[in-house]
Design a protein around this ligand. Structure first.
Ligand SMILES: [Zn+2]
Length: 138
């Protein structure tokens, strides 16, 4: 079988990339590389230990990223992505999000974050970016 055909068949129905994976991939590689260099250059002490930790952290990030990208459980991966985005938001831009009055969902099709007013029950949300509609409890 041709590689392209094999690849498209392999990727069919799989989750693919999102905000979390776009973070995990460079994070994993950089962490792994720094850890690898430290372990190679330093024989003992704190920096060697630090290197070992980075090395394994990078490895875990890379494999977790692969697992997520190839996963067929889209709902679970989307929840992780939403958690990642809200954590990022809280860490880096403090008060931009209003969790008291709104809920935030990522579009199942293009993964854009969509904000909806809280407490309206089950509602059909239309993505402002790609016009995909999906049901969520607000
Ligand atoms: Zn969308």
């Amino acid at each position: 079988m041709r590689f392209r055909a094999w690849l498209s068949q392999f990727m069919e129905g799989r989750y693919g990339q999102d905000n979390l994976s776009r973070f995990l991939l460079p994070f994993g590689f950089v962490t792994f590389l720094i850890g690898y260099i430290l372990v190679r250059k330093i024989d003992a002490g704190f920096f060697r230990f630090f290197g070992v930790v980075l090395y394994y952290l990078g490895t875990v990030a890379i494999f977790w990223n692969l697992f997520r990208t190839w996963s067929r459980n889209h709902a679970a991966r989307r929840r992780e992505n939403e958690r990642f985005l809200s954590l990022k938001q809280r860490l880096f831009s403090g008060t931009k999000r209003d969790y008291r009055n709104y809920r935030y969902f990522s579009c199942p099709s293009c993964k854009t974050m969509v904000r909806v007013p809280k407490g309206k029950g089950n509602i059909r949300i239309t993505c402002p970016n790609c016009r995909e509609t999906f049901l969520r409890k607000s």
